[in-house]
Design a binder for this molecule. Structure first.
Ligand SMILES: Cc1cc2nc3c(=O)[nH]c(=O)nc-3n(C[C@H](O)[C@H](O)[C@H](O)COP(=O)(O)OP(=O)(O)OC[C@H]3O[C@@H](n4cnc5c(N)ncnc54)[C@H](O)[C@@H]3O)c2cc1C
Length: 470
């Protein structure tokens, strides 16, 4: 029996998509990588995932796990070049069950296909918080954030996905199901296998379930939009806020004027609250009453204004104003997809080196590509910078060798990160976009260990071939 027929016998009739029905699945979020797949398989539970993976393994076809397909490194869709055996994309879109909420244990157990925003809502219904939050939360899935170890806007206070996963259920490359769905904060029974699958980008197995760590739900927020003249001033404000507000500081996002102009061009209803070269969105969250939290933020911001660190400060005085500030922040990815060509790098450096990185990288890119604009949106509180090099469409079309330009920009920016002890992939992963960078920049012993782990768990190399390790 051929693989398609076999998959058709495992899944219901509408559980296998082929031909033009695959359109939304075989292209990456940017629309830059368009590949081919044998089919899309849509399992409804872990047993079906196991049967699909076993069938693919027996037939020697690759398996690409796919969540919401919002990843930014081309990891969840096939490469543009097709091999002789096309991969099967396994989409978890039909596995959306909240399995259990243990309110006393502060845990939630979910199917990996649950949408992140639905998990937020389920936790909030019980006065609990699942803190991983990002612009794609209305469409990305738990399996996707686990497999990319997504960060987002709350890492400063709560850590990234890795810090918020207690247990996993995974279908291994031979179809075996590993049940590690434990909700324990302490469990020293040997190697911590769960960590292997977090950030593995679907190269070691398919995550089918997760036990997530919950936190007390913050009852009040205080939010402000701050205007500044430089990233160095932003660092001073960060230090000041951390000193006075401690754990209550959840969000510290830096954007430059060019990035905000692109957001407003993409969503003309939005308005940047004040003109300035640099902007911050800051937010505190707490359990106390709103008045004292706002007072704490206003007092601290007032001191920063008097100290000359800020040009202006506009607190959010209503829920709608707060939402408008967040819309500007969350509009950046969509703006960068639709505004000319933005070559985006996902850098992290030690927090105090953020200003130096921004200055060095902007100068280095400008020295080679004088007409390019720098677009910056940064989770500055945790040292993560999304550094975009923007070319307008006409300049890009006139470019003799766009692929060479893409690589040149990548190398220039990543070299600046390396020089400051940074990383060329802070929260988006390696995917298919950065395999050469990993091979070039990773410590050789680290690469060797990664290859050995891959070979031990997936000896036939069927899980997400070509992703992470080329
Ligand atoms: C608007 C926007 C804003 C974003 N903001 C942020 C941000 O602030 N911080 C951040 O870290 N990222 C951000 N991202 C990128 C981020 O990586 C994804 O949004 C999210 O983590 C991916 O989830 P997904 O379900 O879409 O996964 P996909 O894109 O479908 O997959 C991503 C990777 O995970 C693998 N995978 C997916 N599901 C499974 C599974 N069940 N088992 C095994 N492997 C699986 C895939 O094979 C692939 O390697 C943003 C993306 C967008 C479009």
């Amino acid at each position: 029996m051929d693989l398609l027929t076999l998959l058709g016998s495992i899944l219901p009739r509408d559980g296998v998509l082929t031909g033009t029905d695959m359109a939304g699945y075989v292209q990456d979020w940017w629309g830059r990588q368009q590949g081919q797949a044998l089919c899309i398989a849509l399992p409804r539970d872990t047993a079906e995932v196991s049967a699909i993976v076993s069938a693919c393994a027996a037939a020697g076809h690759g398996v690409i796990p796919q969540g919401g397909n919002t990843g930014l490194t081309g990891a969840a869709s096939p490469a543009s070049t097709a091999g002789d055996r096309l991969p099967v994309i396994v989409s978890l879109a039909r596995m959306r069950r909240i399995r259990d909420i243990d309110v006393a244990n502060f845990t939630i157990s979910v199917d990996a296909g649950c949408i992140l925003a639905d998990v937020h809502a389920a936790a909030e219904a019980h006065q609990r918080l699942f803190p991983v939050s990002l612009g794609a939360e209305g469409s990305c899935q738990i399996g996707g954030i686990v497999s990319t170890n997504a960060g987002g806007t709350n890492v400063l206070r709560y850590g990234s996905t890795r810090e918020n996963v207690l247990g996993l259920e995974v279908v291994l490359p031979d179809g075996t199901v590993w049940n590690g769905m434990k909700g324990l904060r302490k469990d020293n029974t040997g190697y911590d296998l769960r960590q292997l699958f977090i950030g593995a980008e679907g190269t070691l197995g398919i995550v089918t379930g997760a036990v997530l760590k919950l936190h007390p739900l913050s009852r009040v927020h205080a939010t402000a939009w701050l205007a500044l003249d430089s990233p160095a001033s932003a660092l001073a404000v960060l230090n000041r806020l951390r000193a006075t507000c401690g754990e209550r500081l959840t969000t510290f996002e830096l954007l430059n004027a060019a990035q905000l102009a692109a957001v407003v061009a993409c969503q003309p209803k939005l308005r940047v609250p004040v003109e300035a070269p640099w902007h911050l969105l800051v937010e505190l969250a707490d359990m106390t009453e709103a008045g004292s939290l706002e007072a704490l933020l206003f007092d601290t911001v007032g001191e920063a204004l008097s100290g000359g660190e800020l040009l202006d400060a506009i607190p959010a005085t209503s829920d709608s104003q707060r939402a408008a500030y967040w819309a500007l922040r969350h509009g950046t990815a969509e703006a960068n997809r639709s505004s000319g060509v933005v070559l985006s790098a996902d850098i992290s450096v030690p927090v105090a080196s953020v200003p130096a990185f921004l200055e060095n990288a902007s100068n280095a890119v400008r020295n080679v590509f004088a007409r390019a604009t720098t677009m910056v949106v940064s989770h500055m509180g945790d040292g993560n910078i999304h550094f975009g090099t923007h070319f307008d469409t006409a300049d890009w079309q006139a470019m003799r060798d766009p692929a060479a330009t893409t690589l040149a920009v990548r190398r220039i920016v990543n070299d600046c990160a390396d020089a400051l002890g940074g990383s060329f992939s802070a929260e988006h992963g390696i995917g298919r976009k950065l395999t050469e960078e990993l091979a070039k920049r990773a410590d050789p012993a680290e690469l060797l260990l990664m290859r050995r782990i891959k070979a031990a768990i997936d000896p036939a190399g069927i899980m997400n071939p070509g992703c992470l390790l080329s």
